[in-house]
Every structure is written in structure tokens, then in C-alpha cells.
Design a protein around this ligand. Structure first.
Ligand code: GAP
Length: 512
């Protein structure tokens, strides 16, 4: 089995074993692509949300928050284009009756070519050692050139087929000999579009019930409230509205754990600007959002921009911030310059004006919008998977440590009495009583102290505070740092300052 797959499996099982994420309704064998956040997961998720909210809302005078309802008037989704165009191209296998996303089948095929090229590159690297020049090898080795150019050709044809002719996507699948990944059958139906929105009903009786949708993005709640917020908050363009909340998509290829879920959470911000100034703001937000990600210290090499060449009909620029997940680089956040498309569409469908009077220009206009949209669950996966590490220690033993950014860790410190007697538990509890006003702290007295350290390492707790017999004499404790395992002897009264320094959002956000 590939190493990547092992790492990913480990992430999923660690998340369950240590109370971060459980499959939804597991007693009934779970519900596909739906997950529950457990006692530690809910804290980590909350901290990521807060870290985003603080940087977007609290730190920006001209950005305010909103919490719009999940259920919205159904015309919203007609205006936004979701009723007509929020589709995935699906293909069924006639023999296995299994359903797949046609574009994913082709992308997976292209990825295999990529992996073949990478294998050749790795082999050559091992052969040539320090003298190896990757760039030269990739452009001159006949096999690698063939794999990579075939990959590009396939992806270009897929992109064209997706917009111009779905029949050509089917033709491509057949030409490439792509088989049902589960059964090997190549007996495919035509490719058809499938709308991803979940429908529901409002009202008691079948006759009077109104068809609604569970929102597939939080953004439309912001658009339809644009003027309410602008007027009641006396906001001046440029200004932003930020929101976090649940979104729902009936994803067909729902796999990769919490990467692609049917119920997930978004953190979105719509920034309203003067027409003509959107590109400058688009670049501003691209850079600002990348800096926010980098401030968490997960490694610069794990992020890259993917600028969209083919744009959605409403956008005049778009980019993804991609992250190096355990299964490769994939979209983590989208930054989109959405023009005035959404506000104009809501004007048209509602018959109400959604315009801003600009006192400096002395004119009315529909603002342009730059959007930043990041999946909270994807952020969780990025942080969690990158932080989960196996280490071999100097004495040859192994430890599993979750090196979460301390600012996001569910529990900031665990207080451990060395033994369960001699008054040590009482002092430990007193320390907790004092610290818990400011931090999430845990108490643990079970097992030998070494095992307790390992348990806290696996939970990502940045500090372990050990109360021992010396504490009785001089009111000092040891404080152990998760990442270095270094232990310092400090006064109990110093604990708050030491912890605060490591976990304060201010200190982390200042790195932006
Ligand atoms: N308002 C713009 C919008 O919704 P999107 O690219 O469809 O754009 C934005 O979604 C972000 O939401 C993505 O970058 C991703 O992080 C997250 N996301 C989208 N679909 C998701 C899913 N099925 N499961 C988890 N996260 C998802």
C-alpha cells in the first residue's frame, strides 16, 4: 500500500480514537460523507473558526459579521444560478449500477500518469544523487515527457468537454479505457448533469408546502442582506461582511474523510468595492489570506496558488489556495472576484434596488464583490493531518504527537499530580480552578506520568504541568513542552503567563 494512503488511514483512525471525529450515526453504520465532531474535535474546530473570525472581523474596522439563516427564499437560488447550473456530471456503470463523477474518473486517470512520471523521477533521483537536476530530467526524459504531456492533453480535453459537450467526456472515458474502479466493467451510460442542492419543504400540508433548498453556500445570505447591513451599520464602500455556517451539497463522489462532505461549514467573506477597483482588492485578499494560513506555521511548502484559467460566468478572476493534504495538493480556499453578478441578479429577481450611494463620487452603483471562501472542515483536516507526527526518540522509543499550533489546541494544558496522594491531587485541582477561567485545562491522574505525557502528546496538548513533592515545599511545578519535551521548573504563579504567551491569538496573528 502506498505510504500516502497509510498516513491518511492513520489520520482517520487517530481522529476517532482520540475523540476528534466520529462517523455520523455510527450505531446505524454511519451516513456516507457525514461526520460528527467529538469532544476534542469540537474545540479544535471552534478555535479555527475563532482564529478566522478574529482576523477577518475583529481586526478589520470595515468588516462586520452576519449569521443568516440556512433556509432562504427559494428564488435566491434561482437568482444565484444554483437551480440551473450547480451540477456535477455523472455517469453510471450499467453492470455494477454504481454512479461516478465523470470528471473525477478522468482526473484520477490523469493523476495515475502523474504518479508514473513521479516514480521515474524518484528512480532517477536515487540513481544520480546530488547531481540530479529535476527540471532537466522532466523536460528531456522521453517517458516522463510522454506521461506528463498525455496528462495535460487529457485534462484540457476534459475541461473543454465539461463546458461544450458532455458526450465528448463519455467518449474520452471510453477512449482511455477507464473501467469502473470497483468492478472493472467498461459498460457506461451517457454523462448527465445532476443538481447538488438538497431539497426540503416548508409548511404543514402537502398542497401548501413550499419547496426549499438547504443552502449550498453561505455567500447568498450575505448578498441578500447587503443593503440591510450597509444601511444599519452605516458602512462605506469598501467594506466586508463575514459569515461562518453550515452548507449542504449532495456530493456524489464523497470520499476523503472530511475533505468532501455533504454537510460542512464554510467561512466566507464578501468584500464590496467600487466597480473598477476589484482587481486591486482581489490581489490584496489573495495575499492576505495566504498570510493568514502561513501564520499557523504548517509550512510554506504546503501551500500554493492555483489561478483559474477558465472562469465561472460571474467571475473576472479566481484562484484557489491549495494545500498539500495527505492525498496531494487540493483546494482549501477560493478567492473570487465575482463582479456585480450576484447583487444584480438579486435586483432582477426581487425587483428591489441593491445599490450603494457613494458620497464621494455622488453616484449610485451596484458594488463589485471580492469573495474569500474557506471550508472549516478542510482547514481542520489540513491542520490535523499535518500536525500528526510519529517520532523516534533518542532512546529508540516511538511517540505519536499531534503538533497542533498551540493557539488551536483543544486543551492548552493538562495538570498531572505525580501520585494520587500526599495532597498532590488537591494542589493540581487548585491550579485548574485558577487556570480554567482563561484556558481549557484538563486533569489526569491515571497511569504512570510517562504514559500520561504520551496521551496528552497524542491529543495535541501543548503543556503538561506536573505537581510533585517539591511543590509542597516551594510552590513550584514542572512544565513540559509538547514539541521539545523539555521540562522547566517554574513557580505556580508563572504558569498563566507562560501558557498565555504560547497560545494567545494576538501573538499568532501578529505573524501575518
Ligand atoms: N461561495 C463560494 C463557494 O462556495 P466553493 O469553491 O464551492 O465556493 C468554498 O466552496 C470552499 O468550501 C472550498 O474551498 C472548500 O474549502 C469548501 N467546500 C466546498 N465543498 C465542500 C465539501 N463538499 N465538503 C467540505 N468542504 C467543502
Amino acid at each position: 500500500m502506498a505510504k500516502q494512503e497509510d498516513i491518511f488511514k492513520n489520520v482517520v483512525s487517530h481522529a476517532k480514537e482520540y475523540g476528534f471525529i466520529f462517523p455520523s450515526s455510527e450505531v446505524y453504520d454511519g451516513l456516507s460523507a457525514v461526520y460528527d465532531y467529538a469532544q476534542n474535535g469540537v474545540e479544535l474546530k471552534k478555535n479555527i473558526r475563532e482564529y478566522w473570525w478574529k482576523s477577518m472581523v475583529q481586526m478589520n474596522e470595515n468588516i462586520v459579521g452576519l449569521d443568516a439563516a440556512i433556509l432562504m427564499h427559494p428564488t435566491t437560488w434561482k437568482a444565484s444560478g444554483h437551480v440551473d447550473a450547480f451540477n456535477d456530471p455523472l455517469i453510471d456503470n450499467k453492470d455494477s449500477k454504481k454512479r461516478y463523477r465523470a470528471d473525477t474518473l478522468v482526473e484520477d486517470y490523469a493523476e495515475k500518469l502523474n504518479q508514473k512520471a513521479e516514480k521515474e523521477i524518484e528512480k532517477a533521483k536515487a540513481r544520480f544523487g546530488d547531481a540530479f537536476n529535476r527540471e532537466e530530467f522532466v523536460t528531456t526524459n522521453a517517458r516522463v515527457v510522454e506521461y506528463l504531456s498525455k496528462k495535460e492533453e487529457i485534462l484540457a480535453r476534459l475541461a473543454k468537454g465539461m463546458t461544450d459537450d458532455l458526450q465528448d467526456v463519455k467518449a474520452l472515458i471510453e477512449e482511455l479505457g477507464i473501467a469502473d474502479p470497483e468492478t472493472g466493467s467498461k459498460n457506461w451510460t451517457d454523462v448527465k448533469q445532476f443538481n447538488l442542492m438538497f431539497g426540503t419543504k416548508l409548511g404543514a400540508s402537502a398542497e401548501s408546502a413550499m419547496d426549499l433548498y438547504l443552502r449550498p453556500e453561505t455567500a447568498q445570505g450575505i448578498f441578500v442582506n447587503f443593503l440591510n447591513v450597509q444601511k444599519s451599520g452605516r458602512m462605506k464602500v469598501p467594506f466586508g461582511i463575514a459569515q461562518t455556517g453550515k452548507a449542504f451539497r449532495n456530493e456524489i463522489v464523497a470520499r476523503q474523510f472530511i475533505f468532501r462532505m455533504r454537510e460542512f461549514e464554510q467561512m466566507e467573506m464578501q468584500f464590496f468595492v467600487r466597480p473598477g477597483e476589484e482587481m486591486q482588492w482581489y490581489h490584496h485578499w489573495k495575499e492576505t489570506r495566504l498570510k493568514w494560513h502561513l501564520s499557523l506555521g504548517l509550512g510554506k511548502e504546503n501551500y500554493r496558488f492555483h489561478d483559474h484559467e477558465k472562469l465561472a460566468h460571474y467571475a473576472n478572476a479566481a484562484a484557489d489556495i491549495e494545500f498539500n493534504f495527505p492525498f496531494g495538493f487540493k483546494e482549501l480556499e477560493g478567492i473570487h472576484s465575482r463582479t456585480d453578478f450576484d447583487l444584480k441578479a438579486h435586483e432582477e429577481y426581487s425587483g428591489r434596488k441593491l445599490q450603494y450611494f457613494d458620497p464621494e463620487l455622488n453616484e449610485n452603483y451596484v458594488p463589485y464583490v471580492v469573495e474569500t471562501s474557506v471550508g472549516l472542515d478542510r482547514m481542520f483536516l489540513a491542520v490535523f493531518a499535518t500536525s500528526l507526527q510519529e517520532e523516534t526518540l533518542e532512546d529508540g522509543s516511538e511517540r505519536t504527537v499531534l503538533k497542533l499550533p498551540a493557539v488551536l489546541a483543544p486543551t492548552k494544558a493538562a495538570v498531572l499530580p505525580l501520585v494520587k496522594k500526599d495532597g498532590l491531587p488537591e494542589i493540581s485541582k487548585k491550579i485548574i480552578e485558577d487556570l480554567k477561567w482563561d484556558f481549557n485545562v484538563a486533569y489526569d491522574e491515571k497511569d504512570a506520568v510517562g504514559r500520561r505525557y504520551r496521551r496528552q502528546d497524542a491529543l495535541g496538548t501543548p503543556f503538561c504541568i506536573t505537581v510533585d513533592h517539591q511543590t509542597l515545599e516551594d510552590e513550584t511545578v514542572t512544565i513540559r513542552h509538547r514539541d521539545t519535551m523539555k521540562q522547566d521548573r517554574v513557580k505556580i504563579t508563572e504558569l498563566r503567563g507562560i501558557i498565555e504567551n504560547e497560545v494567545s491569538m494576538k501573538n499568532w496573528l501578529m505573524k501575518m
